[in-house]
Design a protein around this ligand. Structure first.
Ligand SMILES: NC(=O)c1ccc[n+]([C@@H]2O[C@H](COP(=O)([O-])OP(=O)(O)OC[C@H]3O[C@@H](n4cnc5c(N)ncnc54)[C@H](O)[C@@H]3O)[C@@H](O)[C@H]2O)c1
Length: 251
């Protein structure tokens, strides 16, 4: 498929489980992919593997909880590639705890990484998309932002805010032909999920049983949805929160 031929796509958290799958998918479909992550080594490894497969990718390491780092990331991409057609705000962290057990630091860090980064990156990117006549933004929210899981107040609230942020941006910038949507994944097999499973003493098989489809999801399945939403095939989809849960959200 060539849905992203010559398009420039920036993917945050591109060194992680879902992010790396998104980078590979967009590159396979012709995009020049900017793999960005605070883990420089992971971002570099993903970009190199894409290049080794004959596709186009570059890595930039940045801590996107920092507004200046976000502005300079976007400046660098514009300087080196001239445009940003697709922005995938995928990086995120999952700090466990309820109102009383969560630390104040974890509350603020969760907002900084999961939400503020989107504010900074969209503010820096949208003017370029407006000048170019449009663009596509896909944000990673979560099933838990719509239907809270217990004992994850910071994660759930930041992801609910990502959903609201997505709808607000869509409403404001649809007239500029910028489509903004969010994906809301359920349990997806990644390093983040593995860490959560290890902390809780459960197994992947335990999680599989919670999903009516019979198994948890794969990063590549989320990547396929992100690619669709970012592509021209989704031309009239704007302001949508798309669940990808194997029916767990309705169980
Ligand atoms: N795995 C799941 O079950 C699941 C479910 C719903 C939503 N999500 C969301 O999907 C997204 C990707 O999650 P994943 O499971 O692939 O996790 P992951 O831990 O594998 O990847 C997250 C990546 O984000 C990067 N990152 C974290 N903080 C950063 C920062 N300050 N600056 C730059 N990069 C930073 C990490 O280095 C990591 O590479 C997250 O937003 C997560 O909340 C995951």
């Amino acid at each position: 498929m060539t849905r992203f031929n010559d398009k420039v796509a920036v993917v945050t958290g591109g060194g992680g489980g879902i992010g790396s799958a998104i980078c590979r998918r967009l590159a396979e479909e012709g995009a020049i992919v900017i793999v960005t992550d605070m883990n420089a080594e992971a971002a570099g490894t993903v970009a190199k593997a894409i290049c080794d497969a004959g596709r186009s990718a570059f890595s930039i390491s940045a801590d996107i909880s920092d507004g200046r780092a976000c502005a300079s990331l976007v400046d660098q991409v514009i300087r080196e590639h001239g445009r940003i057609d697709v922005l995938v705000n995928n990086a995120g962290i999952n700090r466990r705890g309820n109102l009383l057990s969560l630390s104040e630091e974890d509350w603020h860090t969760s907002f900084a990484v999961n939400l503020d980064s989107m504010f900074y990156l969209c503010r820096a990117t949208i003017p370029h998309m407006i000048s170019a006549g449009g663009g596509a933004i896909v944000n990673t929210a979560s099933q838990w932002g719509l239907y809270p899981a217990p004992n994850h107040i910071a994660y759930n609230v930041t992801k609910a805010a990502v959903a609201a942020f997505t709808q607000n941006l869509a409403r404001d910038y649809a007239p500029d032909k910028i489509r903004v949507n969010a994906v809301c994944p359920g349990e997806i097999h990644t390093p983040m999920l593995e860490a959560g499973v290890n902390r809780s003493g459960r197994t992947i098989a335990d999680l599989d049983k919670l999903v009516p489809f019979g198994r948890i999801g794969k990063p590549e399945e989320v990547a396929a949805l992100v690619a669709f939403l970012a592509s021209d095939e989704a031309a009239f989809i704007c302001g949508s929160l798309v669940e990808i849960t194997g029916a767990q959200a309705v169980a």
